[in-house]
Design a protein around this ligand. Structure first.
Ligand code: PLP
Length: 406
């Protein structure tokens, strides 16, 4: 792997000075930073390749189409999908989940059930509430314990032939817990239910293999994987995508249109109405190339070292409350904590004065915060460009915040 200094040099934003301090960017769970390799792909696209795809006979359009479709193949290979037509480009995880939930909202009926978990991001709760309202299906929730670990026994009791879809996250954005999705998928399939996995927080750190998991749908966002915002992907098994009604109507998603009836395009285009985020798709492909240039296991191993180091140091701070699974082998590099008697927002504000970017609040997972009866947490989440020295500065910053606030 490249040295940490070489990696950091790929990310221009890491040279920024924030509040007179070098930026320490620990908000990777919200969005990761973008390396030059991806920025250059974006510049090249708009400088030399910009055209609408799949329609023009002219050379530029064909070139843009090739680049976009090559990016789809990169996503396919990365997640080990059987076919590139099982990869839909979307605007991101939220869009991906809404696409599936909207389809099942039309396919389900009263008496059917959807299962989510107590640990979900709002993106994997609200679309299912909407689908249940439309169809008359009901929503069930897998409970979690105080570590945020899902109760698989309770899950088994929720499962029945009424279960149509189970939609769970792979990794918690609020706590970093890696959930046992292999077992969740296997048990769901035994009752004939379909499984969607929200992989937004897993894909930057692990390399999910959709065939090995036998998952039915897998949703990701490029902007958490060193790519741009506004683009992501949905993997879906071909036979399920064929059954699912289209999400949006428009250009590019049809075979033939007449006022009586339209017929839809083949996969994946049936789900890609309108002009897509062409540049975003191409840049997503460049981000995947970038991750592979570092090595997926190398990224995961290094981030795990950062996690172990940070947790050990944090544990020495008196009055700190750490959330999430204590078994760090079941965690990605996300750390949620509070200082006793101090509001997380105030900690975040003081850290920002020191140039340290963390997230504070409910992290779009209010049910988790309700479980702990807290307004939110401070969340530090690491990426491959973070360093042990940055963690030392962060620890000093927390101690300083604690002194000032208590
Ligand atoms: C970020 C995130 C989402 C939403 O992703 P968008 O890119 O905002 O659509 C959903 N689920 C999890 C677990 C996330 O971390």
């Amino acid at each position: 792997m490249k040295s940490i200094n070489e990696i950091r040099a790929d990310f221009p934003i890491l040279r920024r000075i924030i509040n007179h301090k070098p930026l320490i960017y620990f908000d990777n769970g919200a969005t990761s930073q973008t390396p030059m390799q991806v920025i250059e792909a974006i510049i090249a696209y708009y400088s030399y390749e910009n055209a609408n795809i799949h329609r023009g006979v002219h050379t530029l359009s064909q070139e843009a189409t090739d680049l976009y479709e090559q990016a789809r193949i990169k996503v396919q290979k990365h997640f080990n999908a059987r076919k590139s037509s099982e990869i839909l480009f979307t605007a991101g995880t939220t869009h991906s989940i809404n696409l599936v939930a909207s389809g099942y909202g039309a396919l389900m009926k009263a008496g059917d059930e959807v299962i989510v978990s107590a640990s979900e991001h709002h993106s994997n709760i609200v679309p299912w509430q909407l689908a249940c309202q439309r169809s008359g299906a009901s929503l069930k929730v897998i409970p979690m314990d105080e570590r945020g670990v899902l109760d698989l026994q309770a899950y088994e009791q929720l499962l029945s032939e009424r279960t149509k879809i189970v939609s769970v996250q792979h990794v918690s954005n609020a706590l970093g817990n890696i959930h046992p999705i292999e077992a969740i998928i296997e048990k769901a399939h035994r009752v004939g239910a379909v499984v969607l996995v929200d992989g937004a927080q897993a894909a930057p750190h692990l390399q999910p293999d959709v065939q090995a998991l036998d998952v039915d749908f897998y949703a990701v966002s490029a902007h958490k994987m060193y790519g741009p915002t506004g683009v992501g992907a949905l993997y879906g098994k071909e036979e399920l995508l064929l059954q699912l009604p289209p999400y949006q109507g428009g250009g590019e998603m049809i075979k033939e249109v007449c006022f009586e009836k339209s017929t839809y395009a083949d996969l994946p285009y049936k789900f890609e109405a309108g002009t897509p985020n062409i540049c975003g798709g191409i840049a997503f492909g460049a981000a995947i190339d970038y991750m592979h240039s570092l090595g997926m296991t190398e990224i995961a191993d290094y981030e795990h070292e950062l996690l172990v180091y940070a947790i050990e140091k944090l544990k020495t701070i008196k009055g700190i409350v750490l959330y999430g699974n204590e078994d760090l082998s079941k965690r990605t590099a996300v750390i949620s904590f509070n200082l006793k008697g101090v509001h997380p927002y105030d900690v975040g504000t003081i850290l920002d004065k020191l140039g340290i970017a963390v997230r504070t609040g409910h992290h779009c997972a209010q049910p988790i915060m309700d479980y702990y009866r807290i307004p939110g947490t401070v969340r530090a989440s690491f990426a491959v460009y973070n360093t042990f020295e940055e963690i030392d500065t962060f620890i000093e910053g927390i101690k300083k915040a604690q002194k000032m606030l208590s």
